[in-house]
Design a protein around this ligand. Structure first.
Ligand SMILES: [Zn+2]
Length: 583
């Protein structure tokens, strides 16, 4: 009998050993020093799917280079479709890794967590009220630009992918304009599964300090006030405590007032919605940015990411009922009439007033004047951890507010804009007959564009605008975008010209600024003379302009074009925003 028990135990031990070897991740097999390539990543996804009834491997579209974009789902009851997951009432947690493919920590941490829960059946209580969606690599094409020379500051893994997509777009600047096919796929996934909480895994650059993880969660600026409260009190406070107790102190994502220089103090700003966590919160879903610290070893970074996700799942289980209710209420509030009664802030800047002193766990450092570059040379000593008492400027200033209309209206030739709105899950009504309607809109002045390319576009960097009210005829096929929907914040950010990340600022409306008809000089020379004779105030305006603007006074083409602009032949739609606001 004893022999039998012994053999049985031996068998179980051997089996566990064999099993643990069999399900070891690529990262573990490498001694926590390497991350798998795309093919090995997909193979491991399929292995998890095959070995666990709790895990499903699926995809959410193809990349431009033809790679399937992977998605793993972890659910205690095997609910793997949007319909069944929503029906279950679980909180849906979306974890994303490799939006910057040179920062793969989240991929390796996520695999360990899925394996531990889904196969080893550890911590299965974390799935009681939570379903996890996991994108191990978002930027799949960039991931295969694999090299050890992609991240000069980063302490592992041995080789990693590249920051941007194959055509060099940074997906974490693309959440609003959605130029990249990968982002279009992501938005469709987001609309279909409407996750309740989102985690985006990164590795940061910057100064040396003790924190393994700094995080961003949008709790300033333009966020539903009840969600801010929940994020601060029910999420950030306990997770900061838990991570600290477990040996992974965390801190808000930091920008030093003087780059590299912790003693200069910290400053924070609102996350624009072109960034992941800035985007999801505009859809009333808390988004957490995890930035592991690039100077820490890959092993520590993966472990801390694992812990951050595990603790988040623990809290989401605890909070599932409240968070569900708060999200539903935030959606209702955003779609409601009261939402449009107060001016809506759409642009912010960091404020260097109002700071509070905080303790910051840094590393000792010196600053020397470099005899090579002439600049400041920061030398950190990671053997000397030190607590700095420094000012933290965490108040932000609203720089732009707008009055929200009942609806926006747009004619069908702006299909590019309409398509972007649809990608964000915005609903709209197509007009069946031409509509004559009084709208409020904008007339632009002094437009200036960037002088170098940014994310494949030449953005409009500054402009002035006047509000105008006019009667317009919107043709058949125009779309009416009512604001009584949960996506109202996104609509405002996309369509209000002054909003951070507006489609106008990205250059989607550049053609409205272009002069398409010109007057020949021999025509204008005669006509301008007649205009001066017939219109005394025009003459006065002309004389004044010549005095005040010497460039104008010395530019014959500009002078004649100025007279042309005062005729009835001038294009009266130039510089006019085609989007109408209906109140
Ligand atoms: Zn990143």
């Amino acid at each position: 009998m004893k022999t039998f028990v012994f053999i049985g135990l031996l068998f179980i031990a051997f089996n566990t050993f064999a099993q643990s070897k069999y399900f070891s991740t690529y990262y573990e097999k490498s001694g926590c020093k390497e991350t798998p390539r795309y093919d090995a990543t997909i193979a491991y996804c399929k292995l998890l799917d095959k070995a666990s009834t709790l895990i499903k491997y699926t995809t959410f579209g193809k990349s431009p280079q033809g790679r399937e974009m992977p998605l793993l789902i972890l659910d205690k009851n095997g609910n793997f479709t949007a319909e069944t997951i929503h029906k279950s009432g679980n909180i849906i947690l979306l974890i994303q890794a490799g939006v910057h493919a040179g920062e793969p920590d989240g991929k390796d941490a996520g695999f360990l967590l899925f394996r531990d829960i889904g196969i080893y059946k550890k911590m299965t209580a974390l799935l009681d009220h939570v379903t996890v969606l996991f994108i191990p690599i978002f930027n799949v094409d960039g991931h295969e630009r694999f090299s050890k020379y992609n991240r000069i500051n980063q302490n592992g893994p041995a080789e990693m992918g590249w920051r941007t997509t194959a055509d060099n777009l940074n997906l974490n600047r693309d959440y609003m304009k959605a130029d990249a096919p990968e982002m279009k796929n992501w938005l469709k996934l987001f609309n279909r599964l409407t996750p309740d909480f989102f985690i985006d895994c990164h590795t940061t650059d910057g100064a040396d300090y003790q924190y393994v993880i700094t995080y961003g969660i949008e709790n300033d600026g333009n966020v539903d006030t009840e969600l801010i409260k929940w994020q601060n009190e029910n999420y950030l406070t306990p997770i900061t405590r838990l991570m600290g107790q477990q040996g992974y102190p965390i801190f808000p994502y930091v920008t030093f007032r003087n780059w590299h220089d912790p003693r200069s103090g910290l400053i924070s700003n609102a996350a624009p919605p072109m960034l992941s966590q800035g985007y999801t919160i505009q859809r009333n879903r808390p988004g957490l940015l995890i930035e592991t610290h690039m100077l820490k070893s890959y092993k520590i970074r993966v472990e801390s990411t694992y812990k951050m996700i595990e603790n988040t799942m623990f809290l989401l289980n605890k909070e599932h009922q409240l968070l569900h209710r708060l999200i539903a209420e935030a959606d209702q509030r955003t779609a409601g009439e009261n939402f449009r009664k107060t001016a809506f802030p759409v642009n912010f800047e960091a404020s260097d007033k109002d700071s509070s002193l905080i303790d910051f766990l840094g590393m000792e450092y010196t600053i020397e004047k470099s005899d090579l570059s002439g600049g400041e040379w920061f030398k950190y000593d990671n053997t000397k951890p030190v607590t700095f008492k420094i000012p933290y400027f965490n108040k932000i200033k609203t720089t732009e507010k707008i009055i929200l209309p009942k609806a926006y209206i747009l004619s069908p030739e702006w299909s590019k804009i309409i398509n972007v709105l649809k990608l964000h899950g915005i609903t709209m009504k197509t007009i069946k007959t031409p509509l004559k309607i009084k709208v409020q809109s904008y007339k632009f002045k002094n437009p200036k564009w960037a002088t170098s390319s940014y994310e494949g576009r030449l953005p409009l960097t500054s402009f002035d605008m006047d509000s105008i009210t006019e009667e317009r005829i919107y043709p058949l096929g125009s779309v009416m975008i009512n604001m009584n929907q949960p996506g109202a914040r996104i609509i405002a950010y996309l369509l209000e010209p002054k909003a951070s990340g507006s489609l106008l600022s990205w250059g989607f409306f550049n053609t409205v600024f272009e002069q398409k008809e010109y007057a020949e000089s021999y025509v204008m020379e005669t006509m301008a003379r007649e205009m001066l004779v017939n219109d005394a105030s025009l003459k006065k305006e002309f004389e004044q302009k010549k005095i005040s603007d010497s460039n104008f006074a010395n530019n014959p083409r500009a002078i004649l074009n100025w007279f042309y602009s005062k005729t009835l032949y001038w294009d009266n739609r130039m510089n006019i925003y085609p989007v109408g606001k209906i109140f």
